[in-house]
Design a protein around this ligand. Structure first.
Ligand SMILES: *Cc1c(COP(=O)(O)O)cnc(C)c1O
Length: 355
């Protein structure tokens, strides 16, 4: 079987998840009557220290539902130009919500410069330009930061953004698709981050290995609005307990093992970094994602294609970069093998014609 490092979304459910799916008590969740969904949502609220939680089909729906719950049409979403919401969600907040995406240049560590956030907030003032600008609606952060190679943003940084948001009476939404990775990597509780934001989206189907779904959490009033948005988006699900049940297993059994994914990512990163011509910043390998380039040695597309032939799947991350993601089902041995495969391809590329 191929060593599949394309994404942590390729994980298959654990045996106890399969078991939980088979035995979950069910009801109609649009009526609020699915006990398993209700249990998962209550658990999510507890874990994040927030008032309420909502189970949604995907991270994309979680982010979109959250933005729609925070903003009115015509308001601005201030977010990083390297964020998942800006890059990979089809411009849904604009296409479906009439929101204006206002990107701010992202630092290489995944943070947004505080002065840039401040400058992006258009203030009501006597300045006539105010009537040209869309009013701000929400500030978005992402942690860990996918396009910044799984970088972990600190709670201290979150506190600084929260202070700006408070001053302007704006909510902060956290795309925490991999917030559990950040918490495990930093050795701090999730609430160190969620305490600074108005809402959070958590993916169950990435490193936590559940087959489907995300959670969004926030105040009860926020979750009420988000629940309406979920229905509006077609995300009201009926006997959703069958997919919520593995989500409960994800939150209760799968968080601590993320440390193993992080150790395996180090094996990959340290192995690949030793190869000639590799550009890889080991300091940026902070969780389960490894991004590297081989400028002048082998093109990303070529390496990806040759690796896939011999059973290693990587993802092309644009701009000549390749991405490897560790996850449930990938062992330390798989990672050592993966390094060997990449080394083999680089070796033959550096010495063409060698047999
Ligand atoms: C995967 C991901 C999402 C979206 O989740 P889906 O379930 O794939 O829609 C959002 N944000 C980040 C940072 C992600 O990595």
């Amino acid at each position: 079987m191929a060593i599949d490092l394309r994404s942590d979304t390729v994980t298959l459910p654990s045996p106890s998840m399969r078991q939980a799916m088979a035995t979950a008590p069910l009801g109609d969740d649009v009526f609020g009557e699915d006990p398993t969904v209700n249990e998962l949502e209550a658990l999510a609220a507890r874990v994040t220290g927030m008032e309420a939680g909502l189970f949604v089909c995907s991270g994309t729906m979680g982010n979109l539902g959250s933005l729609l719950a925070h903003c009115q049409r015509g308001q601005e979403v201030i977010l990083g130009d390297q964020s998942h919401i800006y890059h990979y969600e089809n411009g849904s907040a604009s296409a479906l919500g009439g929101l204006v995406l206002h990107p701010v240049l992202t630092n290489t560590d995944g943070t947004l410069p505080l002065d840039a956030i401040e400058a992006a907030i258009h203030l009501p003032s006597h300045n006539y330009h105010f009537y040209h600008w869309a009013p701000p609606g929400v500030i978005c952060l992402e942690n860990t930061h996918n396009r910044c190679g799984g970088a972990v943003l600190s709670p201290e940084y979150f506190a600084e953004v929260a202070a700006i948001a408070r001053r302007h009476n704006l909510p902060v939404h956290l795309d925490g698709a991999r917030l559990f990775n950040a918490a495990v990597a930093a050795g701090r509780p999730l609430t160190d981050w969620t305490g600074h934001v108005s809402s959070v989206q958590l993916c169950l189907s990435k490193g936590l290995a559940a087959p489907v779904g995300s959670l969004i959490c926030g105040s009860s009033a926020f979750v009420d609005r988000a629940r309406r948005m979920r229905k509006l988006l077609g995300g009201g699900m009926r006997q959703a307990g069958v997919i919520a049940a593995p989500g409960i297993v994800a939150l209760t059994e799968m968080v601590d093992r993320l440390a193993e994914d992080h150790r395996n990512a180090r094996i990959l990163a340290e192995g690949v970094a030793r190869l000639p011509g590799v550009s890889l910043d080991l300091a940026m390998v902070q969780s389960n994602i490894v991004v590297f380039r081989m400028p002048g040695v082998v093109e990303a597309e070529k390496l990806q294609a040759e690796a896939s032939v011999v059973g290693l799947l990587l993802s092309d991350f644009g701009a000549g970069r390749l991405r490897m993601v560790t996850h449930y089902g990938i062992t330390g041995d798989d990672c050592r093998k993966a390094v060997g495969i990449v080394a083999g391809i680089v070796g033959t590329t550096l010495a063409p014609g060698r047999t």
